[in-house]
Design a protein around this ligand. Structure first.
Ligand code: G6P
Ligand code: MG
Length: 217
């Protein structure tokens, strides 16, 4: 029986994945480092500092820790400028209806985002009211693809992983959900998310019925 659905935020509930991309692109451009949509795929679900390492990996630059912190802060300032304009209109199509109908069935909702900006984004979207638990990425030992963040959300909700579904737009996120022993729903394309148990191009392709079918027992 389906007891809880645990959502990623960026790229699943709202399109902040695009703002992350734009902010990393601007930083890379400023450093003269090549950056592509393809490389950006690898940053989805990955923490800020790990993302910076990926952005810099082919640059030949070897920067001291303090300089890396400064660059990560610069990217984050730019990103925060963009998310400061988010409104409830920025919920992805289908999300309000889906979250409403899951709650009407008594299904618990959790958030498992690696973003330290997640609470502020939820607030701006007016979406905090739907969630019974929000995992805290600050205290995690390991990020996605490690299952830790999804397991933490399930524990906060008081449900066992076998009764949970995770929803993700990142390859690292799908791997984390599967490793947690949950069913994985991918938002995106098979090229990136081929291992998901159910794949849809956008959240409007999801319904409570489709989700409940994934967990029969
Ligand atoms: C999410 C996004 C990543 C981002 C990470 C950290 O997982 O998919 O692209 O790097 O959060 O976000 P933050 O807002 O803390 O920099
Ligand atoms: Mg995401």
């Amino acid at each position: 029986r389906l007891e809880a659905v645990i959502f990623d935020l960026d790229g699943v509930i709202t399109d902040t994945a695009e703002y992350h991309y734009l902010a990393w692109l601007a930083l890379a451009d400023g450093l003269g480092v090549p950056f592509s949509r393809e490389k950006n795929e690898r940053l989805k679900g990955v923490s800020r500092m790990e993302s910076l390492d990926i952005v810099l990996e082919d640059s030949g630059l070897s920067l001291p820790e303090a300089e890396k912190q400064r660059l990560a802060e610069q990217k984050n300032d730019h990103y925060r400028e963009m998310i400061g304009r988010i409104t409830p209109e920025d919920l992805l199509p289908g999300i309000p209806e889906l979250l409403d109908s899951l709650r009407e069935r008594g299904i618990l909702l959790g958030l498992a985002s690696a973003s330290l900006n997640a609470p502020q984004i939820l607030e701006r979207l007016g979406a905090a009211r739907w969630f019974q638990a929000i995992a805290d990425p600050a205290g995690l030992r390991k990020g996605k693809p490690d299952p830790e963040i999804f397991l933490q959300a399930a524990e906060l909700l008081g449900v066992t992983p076998g009764h949970c579904i995770g929803v993700e737009d990142a390859a690292a996120g799908i791997a984390a959900i599967k490793a947690a022993g949950m069913k994985a729903v991918g938002i995106g394309s098979a090229a990136q998310l081929g291992t998901a148990d159910l794949l849809v191009p956008g959240p409007s392709g999801l319904s409570v019925e489709k989700l409940m079918e994934l967990i029969q027992l």
